[in-house]
Ligand binder design. Structure first.
Ligand code: FAD
Length: 477
């Protein structure tokens, strides 16, 4: 019996339960559908990374990745028919669009006497699995994290599936080429694909894990894993990441390498990791939490999760917002982050929080505008993590940081980039300034260096304004 393996956000051959399920049936056709919905909100950077991952996969399959363009509910049944496959295998998608799309495809396949079978997901613990004692989804991270750890996750499947791959060139329907990279406007991307993801993970565990807990908030230190684009497209599964993390810690604590996951089965629920590994694991869990929240509350991707600030007054995005997008606000740490975004399609987490606070509380612009720009430019752009990350700062999300906590871009810069190393890396106009001046260049006797703007807003005044608006919203809410 032949099977179709339809890939979406699981662009890897290793530890891929949906692929293993397809391979169990017999020869497999690997299918990727160029769905128009991919183009929005993905901007050029994320699309180029996706196309590069697809090219990498196609090479590993010796040119046997079947790429088709069109609506999935038309393309997938047509390909299944051409192949003569009764079952199309996928990893479950829990996002609002993905769930609808898959339901439509399942109905179209069923009308043709075929089945869409879901095995696994893009998460160590699939959204919806971890619930409170009342059976409801969690709205706050800490109890979710506790329950998530207790739930545990499968050890990764050993090795890559190696089925008899069907050649798409033998099918009657016409395939599409993997598109050429869109214009990246100068953004540099990380190496794409499964091998690059595994190399990144290895390098992180070897070189940076030890300093992660201590230095992860320092943007200049570069100790975070930078796994986010690979997790986004499933070049590596979080279960593999958690497993390798556990192995790395076990290897250092017992001096001989890990043993737990090597049995290849059972539950892996480690409780003895060092502080750094625990911190890293909790960050991976934030990704799982936000996916869980999105699955339970699909509208939270587009509108406020909590309605406590529903009557808050906002400004339309104007010139200052445009200056923010281009990294020209006059606040060095804010500008450094936005220029990193334009240059790399990635921004350090601490800086993402500073950026979001600046948009929501210094510019009084609704979080959805900032979130949209981020989604357009980020290589790791992910609806659940991005839009809930923005809402966390805006004060409308889960665990909402209290609205009255307004990040001061100067003191945040001084605290997390004391020498100004990160700022100088991304803002060439400020490269000549010493640490004492780099966070407030407008205070220098002659003003900021040539070419660098004065602040577009006065933070102290805007902070007061934000708090006034908050009070008004609370009174009328
Ligand atoms: P590491 O510190 O090495 O963490 C490992 C992994 O854990 C990350 O790859 C990521 O998958 C997950 N993770 C870490 N921190 C978070 C977090 N706060 N929330 C959710 N998952 C987390 N992450 C995205 O993957 N895509 C986004 O579009 C995105 N947008 C964000 C927008 C805002 C306003 C904020 C505040 C955060 C956003 N994040 C997003 C979360 C976080 O900033 C990134 O995941 C992280 O910076 C990626 O770098 P890293 O892989 O080196 O992280």
């Amino acid at each position: 019996r032949r099977a179709v393996w339809w890939l979406r956000r699981d662009l890897r051959l290793d530890d891929n339960p949906a692929l293993l399920a397809a391979a169990d049936e017999g020869p497999v056709l690997a299918l990727f559908v160029l769905d128009d919905a991919l183009r929005s909100p993905s901007g050029p950077v994320r699309l180029a990374f996706l196309y590069r991952c697809l090219r990498d996969l196609d090479e590993r399959l010796s040119g046997r990745l079947c790429v088709r363009a069109g609506r999935p509910d038309e393309v997938v049944p047509a390909v299944a028919r051409e192949v003569g496959a009764d079952v199309v295998h996928i990893a479950a998608d829990h996002g609002p669009y993905g769930r609808d799309r898959d339901d439509r495809v399942a109905r179209a396949l069923a009308a043709d006497g075929r089945e869409l079978r879901r095995t696994g997901s893009a998460y160590a613990v699939a959204p919806g699995r971890v619930t409170s004692s009342e059976g409801t989804s969690y709205r706050v991270f800490t109890p979710f994290y506790r329950a998530w750890k207790e739930h545990g996750w499968r050890a990764p499947a050993a090795g890559a599936a190696d089925p008899d791959w069907l050649d798409p060139r033998s099918l009657p329907g016409s395939g599409a080429a993997i598109p050429a990279d869109p214009d990246l406007e100068g953004t540099r991307l990380p190496a794409a694909g499964e091998a690059a993801a595994r190399e990144r993970l290895r390098a992180f565990l070897r070189d940076s894990l030890a300093g992660y807990a201590r230095h992860r908030d320092e943007p200049a230190a570069e100790v975070t894993s930078r796994l986010s684009p690979y997790l986004k497209w499933g070049c590596v599964h979080p279960r593999t990441v958690l497993h390798e993390l556990h192995q790395a810690v076990t290897a250092t604590s017992d001096g001989r390498g890990g043993s737990r996951g090597e049995s290849g089965g059972g539950s892996e629920s480690p409780g003895d990791l060092s502080g750094a590994a625990e911190k890293f694991r909790s960050e991976v869990a934030w990704r799982e939490f936000y996916a869980d929240v999105l699955a339970a509350h699909p509208s939270s991707a587009r509108s406020d999760f909590s309605d406590t600030l529903a009557t808050m007054a906002h400004e339309p995005p104007g010139d200052a917002f445009e200056a923010w997008k281009r990294g020209r606000t006059g606040y060095p740490v804010v500008d450094a982050g936005m220029r990193q975004l334009l240059a790399e399609g990635w921004v350090h987490n601490r800086i993402r929080m500073i950026e979001a606070s600046f948009v929501c509380k210094d510019l009084h612009v609704h979080w959805t505008h900032g979130a949209r720009w981020y989604l357009e430019r980020l290589v790791d752009g992910d609806l659940a993590s991005n839009n809930h990350g923005w809402q966390w700062t805006a004060g409308t999300g889960t665990d909402a940081a209290p609205y009255f906590r307004v990040f001061n871009p100067v003191s945040q810069g001084r605290r997390f980039d004391p020498e100004g190393e990160y700022i100088r890396r991304w803002v060439p106009e400020l490269r000549g300034l010493p640490a004492g001046e780099v966070h407030e260049p407008w205070k220098r006797p002659g003003g900021p260096p040539d070419g660098y703007p004065l602040p577009v807003v006065d933070h102290a005044a805007e902070r007061r304004e934000a708090l006034d608006r908050y009070e008004q919203a609370r009174k009328s809410g």
